[in-house]
Design a protein around this ligand. Sequence first.
Ligand code: GLN
Length: 347
Amino acid sequence: MLTNSRRIRPTWLAGLAAFVALATLHGGAQAPADVQKAVDAAFAKYRNLQEGKNADYIPALAKVDPKLFGITVITNDGKVYAAGDQTTQVSIQSISKVFTMAQVIAEQGPDAISKRIGVDATGARFNSIIAVEAVKTVVGTGAPEMNPLVNPGAISATSMVTGANADAVWKKIIGAHNDYAGRSLTVLQDVYKSESDTNQRNQAIGALMLAYGYIKSNWPQAVDLYTRQCSIGVNTKDLATMAATLANGGKNPVTGKQVISTNYVPNVLAVMATAGLYDDSGKWLYATGLPAKSGVGGGIIAVSPGKFGIAVISPPLDDAGNSVRAQRAIADISNALGGNPLASKPR
Ligand code: GLN
């Protein structure tokens, strides 16, 4: 018996090694201990980091606890790895732009977005009006140079979700967010009210987008629904599930629901890679290779296609409007797990 098993073992081991190599090559499941270790290490490393400042141009955001810090990774097999706060909700803010854009793509196909709004970086801040002015001359030529992840493009994308009235459009927008998150989300009313009272700049952007042909009618409804979608409450697990759905070909790995056609996921991820962290998107891609999206509520989601979705919440932001600790923690974890989709090994 002993002799036999000794003889068999090398073959068995070689088989196992080949399987592991293949699984890694094809983005197979990460070893659970490694994922949890990477999450714990990033949490410990950045727990006391105090750089950055809460957004305060929306008064309710200034009141959120800056110490709040939570990390969640969800792998494509639906396993959840977490550290820190998993229950406190923050407003989703600009991360919602991804899922409203995805809803328009799901309904009308990828060309609807690229033709009406564009999929190019603006190189400007997320609420830049100069950027709107700079690209307005090309509207109507079939090549607008904006994208749905900056405010002007996002308000336009919200206006493109079809529905007989504001309620019908809202049902679709919140329904899409619910499907990606795998639970029924609700609007944080204090944030919605605070932003509605102070969003004159976004109203100006909405009016300009109508004037320049990106929005076809009723810009006040588009701005209001956009403000509502930005106020949806989410915790890190919600955000990680949303990211993991995009990492898993559009199928929510926790609920098993196919939320968007697998064919459209690369379109969504491409815009995230181009513009997800605003004018710092290039730096981010250089460091991680990950399509990602930030929100001024302090959340960031990132997607390692075929492998995992990750989310971090930490409210203090840098000058570009991106969470400081979220960027650092996600970069560390993804790089530790080989999450960079642009990396390859020579054969
Ligand atoms: N609701 C915010 C705004 O319109 C979203 C901005 C963000 O998260 N970058 O200004």
